[in-house]
Design a protein around this ligand. Structure first.
Ligand code: NDP
Length: 264
């Protein structure tokens, strides 16, 4: 029987995950189909997953923390961060994983050695990335609009700022993990702060993909080396697909057809 997969999010219409996974399934003759589900209430994630008869799913903004709560079992790196972006059905149970962080490490490999990072935002993606950076002994600072979500990062001994308390230093890399610029034209922080940090940084990355966000536009104007979230998306997608097909397909083949879908 054909397996069904989906992405859950709000918004979800921008997601390239269906194209990416379907390109793999189709080209490698794997009997499966991947769709998208607009989910407004994260608390309904588990119920919706099972009512659709899914074999697996991805979860995007703003439901990744709700996905962690919804799981019967969480495995690997997702346990460290409390954030789940990949779900698998196993014997009627919901199993959660996080493939975002390793996907991002794959994306920034080409920047070479990175020793200090400023993370903009303190949501699910920030949690996953920061915990992964700390594993590699990278010095991490976090800047977020509101103070509440910073507690998690303070406990990890990261330098934390809100817009009001921010003091800029030099960073090897600045990463935007906020959703500012996703469906609007906002910068992730006030313009004077963004300009200041761009002037002090070597590389710039945005988790948002498929558009030049106002943040990346400024980085481009300042002649910084930058990248959007496409390679991160590819990296997390390859790792998620491996879980979906339970390693029945070769990783190189998954990557080949997933990458090919980016030009569709
Ligand atoms: P969350 O909802 O968990 O967190 C959102 C964060 O963005 C919070 O820190 C929030 O701040 C901040 N924020 C939202 N709006 C604004 C704004 N207008 N100005 C400043 N800060 C703002 O989201 P996720 O972590 O799940 O996702 C974040 C982004 O990363 C999304 O755009 C998503 O598409 C992208 N992403 C891309 C991936 C890829 O593969 N390329 C993978 C994963 C995510 P506050 O606490 O003050 O509300």
């Amino acid at each position: 029987m054909k397996k069904l997969f989906s992405i859950f999010g709000d918004p979800v219409s921008h997601s390239r995950s269906p194209l990416m996974h379907n390109s793999v399934f189709k080209n490698l003759h794997y009997e499966a189909c991947y769709t998208r589900t607009h989910l407004l209430d994260g608390a309904k994630l588990k119920e919706t997953f099972f009512s659709l008869g899914l074999s697996g799913a991805n979860v995007t903004v703003p439901h990744k923390e709700a996905a962690f709560e919804a799981c019967d079992e969480v495995r690997g790196f997702a346990k460290t961060v409390g954030v789940v972006n990949t779900l698998i059905e196993e014997d009627g149970k919901l199993i959660g994983y996080n493939t975002d962080a390793d996907g991002f490490m794959y994306a920034i490999k080409e920047f070479g050695e990175i020793n200090s990072i400023l993370v903009l935002g303190a949501g699910g993606t920030a949690k996953a990335l920061v915990s992964r950076f700390l594993q590699d002994n990278i010095k991490v600072s976090v800047l977020n609009r509101s103070a509440t979500r910073l507690d998690y990062f303070k406990n990890l001994k990261c330098e934390c700022f809100t817009w009001d308390s921010f003091k800029s230093r030099k960073y090897d890399l600045i990463v935007n993990t906020t959703s500012a610029g996703l469906k609007d034209e906002y910068l992730p922080a006030p313009e004077d702060i963004i300009i200041q940090v761009l002037d002090h940084s070597k590389f710039v990355a945005d988790a948002i993909y498929g558009k030049l966000t106002p943040f990346l536009k400024l980085a481009k104007e300042k002649n910084k080396t930058y990248k959007d979230g496409a390679d991160m998306l590819l990296g997390q997608g390859v790792l998620a697909n491996e879980l979906f097909v339970n390693k029945e397909l070769k990783k190189e083949d998954i990557e080949k057809y997933m990458r090919a879908s980016f030009s569709l």
